[in-house]
Design a protein around this ligand. Structure first.
Ligand SMILES: [Zn+2]
Length: 356
């Protein structure tokens, strides 16, 4: 039996305690906590509960709390945590469906495909992604267009690549979608808006950047100002906007993910790169936590066994640390090779994944 003073110390030293004190909504779903004096357990962000640290006990989820003979709080319903988690997974899975559909699906069609009420789905989508499904689809369309304009010889060719039919109608639409005419876009404009902020995680400073489509950079380092410089170099044309107080919750969520990659990031990623880089990065995302591949094995996975150097180059060019787990690639002899964010961070990540 630990004495109350010791227990209070243990609780205060636990990073989950600060989430409870701050009623951190980004911690929701990551754990629950019980109050031994009342026998009730709550979500980290429960609005009703004030608990003394000596009386708080953390549990991984509601079933662990119930095994410890705790009852769910009637205010925050922590036993329904998994329903929220399932809905968020549904929303993330919905994003590519919206993007690849030839027409933006109607609200009702989207809701019907998920079995969630239309109103609820849209509210949750907006809360989680930051945009309504239709706005999200439009943003995607704009991205396709920008990429086509960057890569095509002529504007007409770009219109075809981006899937627009007659170019007369397109020109009006594209101007609306791009916020400028296609030709001024090609002359060097770019209205991509990227929010960013720097926070803390177990690996040091973390910069998280998000475009209208999702997380586009997770950068790790010791020094916030060099992280910002790195961001500017990677997105020279974009309009970089410091994140507001709401955005800090996104940063906290991503930092929580970096501290525990097995929980999954559960946020859409805006992955930019050449077709080859994207193939490499997709293959990286298939390596589960705790496992590693060599560069040669990775090259085989993407059916380019001779492209080992190019594969290593694509790993080094990755802008989204941990979510695109380039740290899970090692030398053929198992030794650690370089890591964009420092070999010590790579070692720490691999060790914590192996122990998890
Ligand atoms: Zn509660």
């Amino acid at each position: 039996m630990t004495n109350p003073e010791q227990q209070a110390k243990t609780t205060c030293a636990d990073p989950r305690w600060s989430a409870v004190l701050n009623r951190d909504i980004s911690a929701d779903g990551r754990f629950v906590y019980g109050v031994i004096t009342t026998g009730i357990y709550c979500r980290p962000n429960c609005p009703s509960c004030v608990v003394r640290p000596e009386n708080a006990r953390f549990h991984a989820d509601s079933s662990a709390a119930e095994n410890a003979d705790l009852r769910p709080c009637k205010r925050c319903h922590p036993d329904q945590a998994s329903a929220q988690g399932r809905l968020r997974k549904t929303i993330v899975a919905l994003c590519p469906v919206i993007v690849t559909a030839p027409q933006v699906p109607s609200q009702d069609a989207l809701a019907a495909s998920t079995g969630v009420s239309s109103h609820h789905l849209h509210r949750q989508f907006k809360e989680f992604i930051g945009l309504r499904p239709r706005q999200y689809a439009k943003a995607r369309q704009a991205r396709r267009l920008r990429e086509a304009l960057d890569q095509s010889e002529t504007i007409t060719a770009a219109l075809n690549t981006a899937g627009y039919g007659s170019s007369g109608r397109f020109y009006a639409e594209s101007t609306q979608v791009l916020g400028m005419t296609p030709s001024s876009y090609r002359a060097g404009g770019d209205d991509t808006r990227i929010q960013f902020a720097v926070g803390d995680c177990s690996l040091g400073a973390i910069l998280v950047a998000q475009s209208e489509l999702g997380i586009c950079a997770i950068l790790l380092g010791d020094d916030p100002s060099s992280l910002l410089q790195d961001l500017q170099q990677r997105f020279t044309k974009a309009h970089l906007v410091p994140g507001d107080a709401d955005y800090m919750q996104v940063v906290a969520r991503v930092a929580g993910f970096v501290d525990n990659p097995a929980q999954g990031i559960n946020l859409p990623l805006d992955i930019r790169g050449t077709a080859f880089q994207q193939r490499v990065w997709l293959a990286l995302r298939d390596i589960p936590p705790g496992k590693t591949l060599s560069y040669a094995q990775l090259a085989q996975r993407i059916d380019s066994p001779r492209a080992v150097r190019a594969v290593a180059g694509a790993c080094a060019a990755n802008a989204i640390a941990v979510a695109i787990p380039c740290h899970r690639v090692v030398r053929s002899d198992g030794g650690l090779s370089g890591y964009r964010w420092g070999i010590e961070r790579k070692r720490a990540l691999l060790n914590s994944e192996r122990d998890a």
